[in-house]
Design a binder for this molecule. Structure first.
Ligand code: TXA
Ligand code: MG
Length: 311
C-alpha cells in the first residue's frame, strides 16, 4: 500500500517497516537502533539471520553513530561518491543492535541518493534497508514490484523507477587491501583512482569466504530460467524472452534490444525478469556481454545474470 512520506516517517518511528525508494533498488526500511523493528525486516523478507543488513544514512554525522572508527579514506570516498551507490564496511559501534549485522563486528553503511528517502532518514535517523524483495528474488526497482511481492501488505513510498537498477557496490574497508564484496556501478578502477591505493575484487573462488555472507545464498532469481545467449553458438528458442544488446533477429517473438545501452539494460533487468514471469515465459535469454568491460555496468550486470542463471 502506497503511503506518504509523513506516514512513512511515523511508521518507522513506531518500529514498523516501510519500503523506500533509492537510486539502486527499493529497500525495506526500519529503525536501525530498534532491534524489534529490524527483526521484522528479516521476517518479512524471509532472510537468513546471519546475512547482515546495510544501514542507510543521510548525513555524515550519522556515520559516527554507527562506526567505531572512521578512516580518512571514508571521508574521501564520501566526498566523491555520496550520496550514491557505494556501501562501505567498517567496524561497528557496540550501540548498534547485533541483529543488524548478523552478529558480525563490522557494519555496512551507505548514503542513498533519493530525495524522499534522504528526507525520511533526516527525520528518523539511520535505517536498515535490505533490498525489498523476498529472499532470493530479483530486487524491486518500482513500487509496483513491492505491491505484487507482498500483496499490498507492506507500506511503500512511491519514488519512481530506480535510476540505476542494480544494487550498490559493497567495499570492505576493514581489510588490507580494500576489497569489493559485491560489484556495483562504482568499480575497482574508479575507487583506486580516488583512493590512490589498490582495491581488490572478490573473485569467484573467494566468494565463499565468511567476509561476504550474502554471496552464500541464491539471488536475483525469477521463476523463469535465465540463460546466457551466445549468437555464435546458441540455438534460437522461439518461445524465449530475449534481452539483446547487439545481435538482431527479426524472427524473435519477444525481444528487447538495447543497442549497447547498458545503463538502460541495468535499469530494466529486474523489471524484465518480473514481466517474463507475468507472461509465463519459461526461459529468459540474455546476450553474452562484451568481455572488455568498457562500461561500468557491464561487470555488475554479468555478476547478477550469472547468479540469476545459477552459475
Ligand atoms: O543498493 C543497495 O545496496 C540496496 C539498497 C536498498 O540500498 N540494498 C541492498 O541490501 O542491496 P541487501 O541487504 O539486499 O544486500 C546487502 C549486502 C549483502 O550481500 C550482505 O551480505 C552485505 O551487503 N553486507 C551487509 N553487511 C555486511 C558486513 N558487515 N560485511 C560484509 N558484507 C555485508
Ligand atoms: Mg538483496
Amino acid at each position: 500500500m502506497i503511503v506518504s512520506l509523513n506516514e512513512a516517517i511515523s511508521i518507522i518511528k513506531k518500529g514498523g517497516v516501510v519500503a523506500v525508494p533509492t537510486e539502486t533498488v527499493y529497500g525495506l526500511g526500519a529503525d536501525a537502533f530498534n532491534a524489534e523493528a529490524v527483526k521484522k525486516t528479516f521476517h518479512v523478507k524471509g532472510r537468513p539471520a546471519d546475512n547482515p543488513l546495510i544501514v542507510h544514512i543521510s548525513t555524515l554525522d550519522q556515520l559516527r553513530m554507527l562506526a567505531s572508527d572512521i578512516p580518512d579514506e571514508v571521508l574521501l570516498l564520501a566526498e566523491f561518491f555520496w550520496p550514491g551507490p557505494l556501501t562501505v564496511v567498517l567496524h561497528k559501534k557496540t550501540e548498534v543492535p547485533d541483529i543488524v549485522t548478523g552478529g558480525m563486528p563490522t557494519i555496512a553503511i551507505r548514503m542513498p541518493n533519493h530525495r524522499l528517502t534522504s528526507g525520511l532518514i533526516d527525520e528518523t535517523g539511520p535505517i536498515t534497508a535490505p533490498s525489498a524483495n523476498k529472499s532470493g528474488r530479483p530486487s524491486p526497482t518500482k513500487a509496483s514490484h513491492i505491491e505484487e511481492e507482498y500483496d499490498g501488505s507492506i507500506p511503500v513510498i512511491e519514488g519512481g523507477a530506480s535510476e540505476i537498477g542494480l544494487e550498490s557496490t559493497v567495499l570492505d574497508l576493514t581489510v588490507t587491501p580494500f576489497i569489493i564484496l559485491r560489484k556495483g556501478k562504482i568499480g575497482a578502477k574508479e575507487l583506486e583512482h580516488v583512493l590512490g591505493k589498490q582495491v581488490e575484487e572478490n573473485s569467484l573462488d573467494r566468494q565463499e569466504t565468511k567476509k561476504s555472507p550474502g554471496t552464500r545464498y541464491t539471488h536475483y532469481k525469477p521463476n523463469a530460467s535465465v540463460h546466457w545467449f551466445d549468437p555464435n553458438s546458441s540455438q534460437i528458442d522461439e518461445d524465449g524472452y530475449y534481452l539483446l544488446h547487439n545481435y538482431q533477429n527479426p524472427s524473435l517473438k519477444k525481444c528487447v534490444y538495447y543497442d549497447l545501452d547498458f545503463d538502460m539494460m541495468a535499469r530494466e533487468l529486474y523489471d524484465h525478469f518480473r514481466t517474463a514471469d507475468h507472461l509465463n515465459f519459461k526461459n529468459i535469454y540474455i546476450e553474452v556481454l562484451p568481455t572488455n568491460d568498457f562500461h561500468p555496468l557491464i561487470s555488475p550486470l554479468r555478476d547478477r545474470i550469472n547468479r540469476a542463471s545459477g552459475h
